[in-house]
Design a protein around this ligand. Sequence first.
Ligand code: SF4
Length: 96
Amino acid sequence: MSAEPVPVASLWEWQHEGLCRESNPEMFFHPEGERGPSRRWRDERAIAMCEQCPVLVQCREHALTVREPYGVWGGLTEQMREQIWAEQDNALSDPA
Ligand code: SF4
C-alpha cells in the first residue's frame, strides 16, 4: 500500500468522460423485480455502450475495487462482478 496521499478528485475524474453520463440511469440499473429477457436485453444495451466508452478500464477497476453491488459498471453486470469476486476470494483462501 502506498503512503502517498492521492487527491480524492482525481479518483473520480474519469466519470466525467463516461458515455453513460448523458444516458438514462435505468439502462444501467435494473428496476425492482426485473428478470429474464428484459433484464438481459437492458444489460446487453448497457454493456454495448460501455464497450464504446473511453473510461471502461477505470470504471471497471473502480467497480471491482469498491465492490459496487448494483448496476452495470465497466461492461460488467452484477452477476459478472460477483463471479470475479468469488474467484478472487477463492484464490486468496486457496493459494495452491
Ligand atoms: S464504462 Fe459503462 S458504466 Fe462505466 S462510465 Fe463508461 S458507459 Fe458508464
